[in-house]
Design a protein around this ligand. Structure first.
Ligand code: FAD
Length: 403
């Protein structure tokens, strides 16, 4: 474009909303767009609209730190994330779009005997699932990550769990690739169209109210991440979800120095280096519920301190910017892909800090549920009523890694 190329065309159409669709997806983030894509591709449902209140990719899909991994521990989660990893591995060919998926390897550090035991268990569970995990001792970590502080640190590094197929992908390219793929199959992607109400008659969904008028549909999927409680409330639901801010940071571009994704085990800090050279890092949630997509200074300080403890050399880098996104936190750290009490109304939420890696499988399974009425086998445990029945999937309680 900068060189005077006038031939660029928009990658997707900008259609006006029709009066009626077979299915509506509320939310044009990663999960909404992938749901629409797989509805069209896997189930032949193309009379579908994605309604996005802002622009496509304006939410968390464009705000995350891009980590992709399949290192979950619990049955229920591990087969789902394993399925997602396989979809990632074929995604660029499937979409014919460069999402810059980079399997550069992920290393979770441990700093005590107890943490080592937990990671050995996790690694065995990953291998049992058919994924990859290698236990590194301290020297193994030193060889791969020589820039960490091994000598003077308050939290000595005992070793790491290495997940070679883990890595990163370019987050907004993922949204754009799914958007283009859905559009080409006939899905209408409608931006600047906020859903303000859900129409229900005799226990069945009949459509939605939006800032661009009423639209009818017999099937509606709520896929709005941090706004899940607000949108579900339009159908009279009270979700077991709290919305919290998660912040992230990027430095100025540097020469290649960090080849992997690395997470610290004694504080909330994880890091990778983007293909532009910026060090991309983050930590834990701001611990108060909020819908403001910006965070506060105490967490900034905590993340910077943890980074300096782990790799003092990071102190030389200049932080370019920070931002926040609204996380849909579930009580057990696991997601929900389920029907609701309203016929034809479905929900996909509860992705916590980790929904980027789930984008392919979430859309795949949500599309399966909306098209067939049955849960996909790899998402069969992601039921809304598990908080009532007690069949929770407490991934948080297994010492899971964030992001
Ligand atoms: P979003 O992109 O937020 O999509 C939801 C969309 O719904 C938004 O575009 C919103 O505008 C729209 N919407 C809301 N209400 C309405 C309405 N009423 N009408 C119409 N549209 C509406 N995950 C990982 O796996 N790895 C990571 O490294 C990672 N790092 C993260 C770092 C940060 C700082 C943050 C914020 C998140 C991170 N995540 C990570 C989590 C991941 O980004 C999210 O779980 C995931 O993106 C959420 O799904 P989504 O993409 O569909 O959400």
């Amino acid at each position: 474009g900068l060189f005077g190329n006038k031939g660029w065309k928009p990658a997707w159409r900008d259609p006006a909303p029709k009066a009626e669709y077979d299915a509506i997806i509320i939310g044009g983030g990663g999960h909404g767009l992938s749901t629409a894509y797989y509805l069209a591709k896997n189930h032949g449902l193309t009379n579908v609209a994605v309604l996005e209140k802002g622009y496509l990719g304006s939410g968390n899909i464009g705000r995350n730190t891009t980590i992709v991994r399949a290192n979950y521990f619990l049955p229920g989660n591990s087969e789902f994330y394993s399925h997602s990893m396989k979809l990632w591995e074929g995604l660029e060919i499937d979409l014919n779009y460069n999402v810059m998926h980079s399997q550069r390897g992920l290393i979770n550090l441990f700093h005590s005997d107890g943490q080592r035991d937990a990671f050995v268990r996790r690694g065995n569970s990953m291998i049992n699932q058919g994924d990859d995990a290698i236990l590194l001792d301290r020297e193994g970590v030193r060889e791969m990550l020589p820039y960490l502080d091994f000598e003077q640190t308050r939290f000595p590094i005992y070793g790491g769990l290495y997940h070679p197929r883990g890595g990163t992908a370019r987050h907004d390219a993922v949204a754009w690739g799914y958007a283009r793929g859905a559009d080409r199959r006939g899905v209408d992607l409608i931006q600047n169209c906020e859903v303000t109400g859900i129409d229900i008659e005799n226990g069945r969904v009949t459509g939605v109210q939006t800032t661009r008028g009423a639209i009818k549909a017999k099937k509606v999927g709520i896929v709005v991440a941090g706004r899940s409680s607000q949108v579900a409330a339009m159908a009279g639901m009270r979700l077991p979800i709290e919305s919290h801010i998660l912040q992230a940071f990027v430095t100025e571009g540097l020469k290649p120095v960090i080849d992997h994704v690395v997470s610290f085990g004694m504080g909330h800090f994880y890091i990778s280096q983007s293909d532009k050279g910026g060090l991309v890092f983050g930590g834990d949630l701001d611990f108060y519920a909020s819908y403001a997509s910006r965070g506060n200074l105490p967490m900034v300080e905590h993340v910077m301190e943890a980074g300096m403890t782990l790799m003092p050399m990071i102190g030389r880098a200049k932080v370019l910017r920070s931002w926040g996104g609204i996380m849909d936190m579930s009580p057990d750290g696991s997601p929900i892909i389920d029907k609701t009490h309203v016929d034809g109304l479905f929900i996909d939420c509860g992705w916590n800090y980790g929904g980027f890696k789930a984008v392919p499988a979430s859309g795949y399974c949500m599309a399966h549920l909306m098209a067939t009425g049955e849960s996909h086998p790899v998402a069969a445990r992601f039921k809304l009523n598990r908080f009532a029945t007690g069949h929770i999937l407490d991934e948080e309680g297994t010492g899971s890694q964030h992001n």
